[in-house]
Design a protein around this ligand. Structure first.
Ligand code: ATP
Ligand code: MG
Length: 797
C-alpha cells in the first residue's frame, strides 16, 4: 500500500478554495521531501525539483482544486452516517424518511448489491449529531446500528482510464525490453513495466478501506492490515491482496464488555443483533473465527465473490476475489509475523537501488521457467517470498556485501524497533536511512549473472540458507523442528520454519539446472550486447521459456520430457522392444496430430553434430556439470547454437519407415551424428484455450456406463470440440507454424529425457508463446498416458 497517501491535517469546515499557505511550502502537510532537494505533493502525486517549483505547484489551480475537493469530501463525511441492521429490501426512501426526523437528508446511498448497509448524508453536521445522540434506533421492527461514517483518506480522482495501466503481454514486454540500451537499463525498465501503477495502488487502498469499514461494524476496534507483495516493494500487476484482520482489540473490548455489570455484550446498542453477539472471540477456535469472517465477507462486502475459508493451511485464511477489480485476496487472522517480514522485505528493497531490479528479474525468470508460482494450496514450486529471500541472501553474501545480515540489522535497531512476535525477534530498523550504504559497486546485470552462477552450483539439500547469519549453515546447526527438505531456506525471523519446505527434489534440481543454463547464457554476447538485428537479447531472451536451456538456439523453444527413471537412455536405444526413442517420437507425433489436431508432417531427417550417441551422458549439455567449451574469455558468441543440438539438413534424406525424419541411434564418439526426429507442424485452431471447461462439460455429459474412458480420448474430444466451435473448416492459413525436432539427452547418472525443440516461423509472437506454455505442461503428461508409464496426471491446460 502506498504509505504516502495520508493527506495530513486538513481544515474540514470550509468547502471553498483555501488561501495560499503562508508557511514555507515544504511545511505543507501534503508535501514530503525527496532526495536531492526535491519534493513530492502527495495530494496531487506530483514531484517538484526544488522549493520554487513546489511553491508554484501549491499555488496552482490543480492543487487548489484538489484541496477544495478534499475539504468538501471531508465535510460530507462529517455529515454522514453509516447505517446497518435494516431488513433486506428496505428502500432508500424509508431510511430518508426515518432520518429526516433529525434534520434534512441530503442523500441516501444504499449498498446495492447486498442491501446490508447504507450511507445517510444529512445537510447539517448538527443533524447527524442529534441522530448519533439517540441511544436506540429502530425501523420496521428492527433495531438499526447507526455510526459516524468512517473518515477515509482522500483518494485523488482518477484522471481517466489511462491511469490504470493494463498488464503487458509477453510480446509487448519483450519488445519494450529490446529497446533499452543495455541490461542494466532493461532491469530498471522491467520494474517500471511490472510494478503497480498509482491507480492500481489507489484501488487496493480503497478496497482495504472498504474492508475496514465493514469489518469495524462487526468486529469493533479491529484493524485490516495489508501485507505481502501489495506493500513489500515487490508488487506486480495482478498480485494478490494479502490482508491480516487483527481481532485482538475486538477480543479485549468484548472481554471487558462481558465483564461489565449488566452488559450482555459489547455494550453497544444493537449489539445483541450483531453477528458477534453469541460468539466469544477469545475462546472461539480458528475455524469458527474464519467462518465468521467468511460470513461477513459473503454477506456484507459488495463485489466480493468466491469466499472460502481454508482452515487447514499453515496460516489459516479466508480466500476471496473481488469482482470489479478482478483482484484475488486472502484474509488471515493469525499472521503477525508476516507483517514484520513484509517490512523487512520493504526495508531491503529501499536499502539499495539494485535490490528491486534484481528481485523482479529473478522472479520473472523463475516464473517463465516454471520454477516459481503461487500454486493455490501449495505445490512443489518456489513461492515468490522464498525466491525473494534467496535473492536477499545472495546479496548478503557478496563481497563487499550489498545487504546486511538480519543479525546485523538487529544490532542497528533502535528501541522503538525492538519487537518480539510469537517468541521470534523481529527487531530491525524500519527506516532504510539508518543503514550503512553498501561499498559494493557491482552492476545489477552482473549481480544477476552472479546470482545464477552461485545458485547453479549450490548444494540446496545439504545446507541451510540463513539470512539471519548471511551464510549457509551445515545441517546439524539447525535442529528440530526445522523441516529439512530438498531446499532449505530458513525464515529470517521464524527460525524453525523452512520457507521452501514445499519444494520437491525435482524442482530443486531443476532450479540448479536452470541457474546453470542461465549463468552460461549470461556469459554470452547475446546477454551483454544489444542485438542490432532485432533479435531477443539480454533479459528478453533470458525470459523466453526454454530459450536459454542447453540445446535451444536463437528463436527456438525447448520442452524437456523427463523419462521414467527405470528407462535409462541405453534401454531407450535398444531396438526392437522396450519403449525406445522411436516409440517416444511416434507418441509425440500422435499427441500433436491426433490429440491436438495439429498438422504434423515428417520433416527432413536430422543429424546432430558434436553430440553424443544416445548412450553418452550429455556432453552436449554443458550446463549439466561441465564448463562450456570455448568460453575461456568469459564470453561466447553463440553459446546456444551449434555444436549443441544443432539442426542441419541430412544430405542423403534417408527416412526410417517407422519414423520418418528419424535416424537410427548410433554409438558415436563426439562430433558424430546422433539420432533425431523432426516434423513440420501447423496449428490451425486455438486448441489450448478453454480446455478445462470443455473437459468438465464432456465429463458431465458422459453416460454413466462410460465415465472412466481413456483420458487421451477425452483430450481428443476436447480438441475436436474446440475445432467445431471455431467453425470446423480450416482457416486459409494456420495460426502457427513451427519445426519440431526431438533428441535424447541425459545419461546413466543424470535424469534421462527427450528434448523437443520447437522453432517457430516466422519469429514467435505472443500466440506462439501461449501455445508453447500449454504444450510444455500438456505434452509430458499426455506422453506418459499414451506410453503407459505409470498413472501420470491427466493432461492439464
Ligand atoms: P505474490 O503474492 O506476488 O506471489 P507475496 O510476497 O505476496 O507475493 P504470498 O504468497 O501472497 O506472496 O504471501 C504473502 C506474504 O506472506 C509474503 O510476502 C510473506 O510476507 C508471507 N509469507 C508467505 N509465505 C510465507 C512463508 N512460507 N513463511 C513466512 N511468511 C510467508
Ligand atoms: Mg501475495
Amino acid at each position: 500500500m502506498d504509505g504516502g497517501s495520508g493527506p495530513g491535517p486538513e481544515p474540514v469546515t470550509a468547502a471553498g478554495p483555501s488561501p495560499a499557505p503562508e508557511l514555507p511550502p515544504e511545511a505543507d502537510p501534503d508535501v514530503e521531501p525527496l532526495p536531492r532537494g526535491g519534493f513530492r505533493c502527495r495530494l496531487c502525486q506530483v514531484a517538484a525539483a526544488n522549493r520554487p517549483s513546489l511553491a508554484e505547484h501549491l499555488r496552482g489551480k490543480k492543487h487548489q482544486r484538489l484541496r477544495s475537493l478534499r475539504a468538501e469530501r471531508r465535510a460530507q463525511e462529517q455529515r454522514s452516517l453509516f447505517v446497518s441492521g435494516f431488513a433486506r429490501g428496505t428502500a432508500a426512501e424509508e431510511l430518508a424518511a426515518y432520518f429526516g426526523a433529525f434534520g434534512e437528508v441530503a442523500a441516501v446511498v444504499m449498498d446495492k448489491e447486498k442491501g446490508a448497509y447504507a450511507i445517510v448524508e444529512l445537510r447539517e453536521a448538527a443533524s447527524r449529531e442529534r441522530a448519533l445522540a439517540q441511544p436506540q434506533h429502530a425501523l420496521a421492527g428492527r433495531s438499526l446500528r447507526v455510526r459516524p461514517r468512517e473518515q477515509k483518506d482522500f483518494a485523488r480522482p482518477s484522471p481517466g482510464r489511462g491511469a490504470r495501466r493494463e498488464p503487458l503481454g509477453a510480446g509487448q514486454l519483450e519488445q519494450a525490453l529490446c529497446q533499452a540500451a543495455d541490461v542494466d537499463a532493461q532491469m530498471e525498465q522491467l520494474v517500471g513495466l511490472l510494478e503497480l501503477s498509482e491507480g492500481e495502488r489507489r484501488l487496493r487502498h480503497l478496497l482495504v478501506t472498504l474492508f475496514q469499514e465493514v469489518f469495524s461494524e462487526f468486529f469493533p476496534g479491529c484493524a485490516v492490515l495489508p501485507f505481502g507483495s501489495s506493500v513489500n516493494g515487490f508488487d506486480a500487476h495482478g498480485c494478490d491482496l494479502d490482508l491480516l484482520l487483527d481481532l485482538e482489540p475486538t477480543k479485549s473490548l468484548q472481554t471487558s464488555a462481558r465483564g461489565a455489570p449488566g452488559a450482555g455484550s459489547s455494550g453497544d446498542p444493537g449489539a445483541e443483533e450483531s453477528i458477534l453477539s453469541d460468539i466469544d472471540l477469545a475462546s472461539a477456535s480458528p475455524p469458527e473465527v474464519l467462518e465468521l469472517v467468511a460470513a461477513v465477507l459473503r454477506r456484507c462486502v459488495p463485489g466480493v465473490r468466491r469466499v472460502r475459508a481454508v482452515p487447514t493451511a499453515r496460516r489459516p485464511v479466508v480466500k476471496f476475489s473481488h469482482k470489479q477489480s478482478g483482484l484475488a485476496g486472502d484474509i488471515s487472522i493469525d499472521n503477525r509475523l508476516a507483517l514484520h517480514n513484509t517490512q523487512f522485505l520493504r526495508l531491503c528493497g529501499e536499502a539499495d537501488k539494485r535490490v528491486r531490479p534484481l528481485v523482479y528479474a529473478v522472479r520473472l525468470w523463475a516464473k517463465q521457467q516454471g520454477l516459481a508460482g503461487n500454486p493455490a494450496g501449495g505445490g512443489p514450486l518456489l513461492t515468490n517470498y522464498a525466491l525473494t529471500l534467496l535473492v536477499l541472501f545472495f546479496l548478503q553474501t557478496r563481497s563487499p556485501l550489498v545487504l546486511p545480515t538480519v543479525a546485523r540489522l538487529r544490532e542497528l535497531a533502535g528501541d522503538e524497533d525492538r519487537v518480539v512476535v510469537a517468541g521470534w525477534d523481529c527487531s530491525f530498523p524500519r527506516d532504510a536511512a539508518l543503514l550503512e550504504p553498501s561499498a559494493n559497486s557491482e552492476s545489477p546485470s552482473s549481480l544477476l549473472a552472479e546470482f545464477f552462477r552461485v545458485f547453479g552450483d549450490f548444494d540446496f539439500s545439504g545446507q541451510v540458507v540463513s539470512l539471519r547469519e548471511g551464510r549457509a549453515l551445515p545441517l546439524p546447526e539447525v535442529g528440530e523442528p526445522f523441516k529439512l527438505g530438498s531446499l532449505n531456506l530458513q525464515d529470517p525471523f521464524e527460525l524453525s520454519h523452512n520457507v521452501a519446505a514445499n519444494v520437491n527434489e525435482k524442482t530443486a534440481s531443476r532450479l540448479g539446472r536452470c541457474c546453470r543454463a542461465a549463468a552460461k547464457y549470461c556469459r554470452s554476447l547475446q546477454y551483454c550486447r544489444k542485438s542490432t538485428k532485432g533479435r531477443g537479447w539480454g533479459l528478453a531472451r533470458l525470459f523466453q521459456p526454454g530459450a536459454v536451456e542447453p540445446g535451444a538456439g536463437a528463436g527456438s523453444f525447448l520442452i524437456s520430457i523427463p523419462l521414467a527413471a527405470t528407462r535409462p537412455p541405453e534401454q531407450l536405444c535398444e531396438e526392437p522392444g522396450g519403449c525406445g526413442f522411436k516409440e517416444i517420437c511416434a507418441a509425440i507425433a500422435f499427441v500433436l496430430r491426433d490429440v491436438l489436431q495439429c498438422g504434423c508432417a515428417p520433416g527432413k531427417p536430422q543429424k546432430q553434430v558434436g553430440g553424443s550417441g544416445a548412450e553418452q551422458s550429455l556432453p552436449e549439455d554443458p550446463a549439466l556439470g561441465e564448463e562450456p567449451r570455448g568460453d575461456a574469455a568469459g564470453l561466447e558468441e553463440e553459446p546456444l547454437q551449434p555444436p549443441v543440438g544443432s539442426k542441419r539438413p541430412q544430405p542423403d534424406g534417408t527416412d526410417s519407415a517407422a519414423l520418418p525424419g528419424a535416424k537410427r541411434p548410433r554409438v558415436n564418439g563426439p562430433e558424430e551424428e546422433e539420432v533425431a526426429a523432426s516434423w513440420s507442424c501447423a496449428v490451425w485452431h486455438r486448441v489450448w484455450t478453454g480446455r478445462r471447461r470443455l473437459r468438465r462439460q464432456l465429463l458431465h455429459g458422459a453416460s454413466p456406463e462410460e465415465p472412466d474412458g481413456d483420458p487421451l480420448e477425452l483430450e481428443q474430444k476436447v480438441s475436436e470440440a474446440i475445432v467445431q466451435h471455431e467453425g470446423a473448416a480450416r482457416p486459409p492459413e494456420p495460426l502457427l507454424r513451427f519445426e519440431a525436432s526431438a533428441r535424447l539427452a541425459g545419461g546413466t547418472q543424470r535424469e534421462p529425457r527427450v528434448l523437443l525443440r520447437l522453432a517457430p516461423s516466422p519469429a514467435p509472437g505472443p500466440l506462439f508463446r501461449d501455445f508453447f506454455h500449454f504444450l510444455q505442461a500438456f505434452l509430458p503428461s499426455a506422453l506418459r498416458r499414451h506410453l503407459g508409464w505409470g498413472p501420470g496426471a491427466a493432461p492439464q491446460s
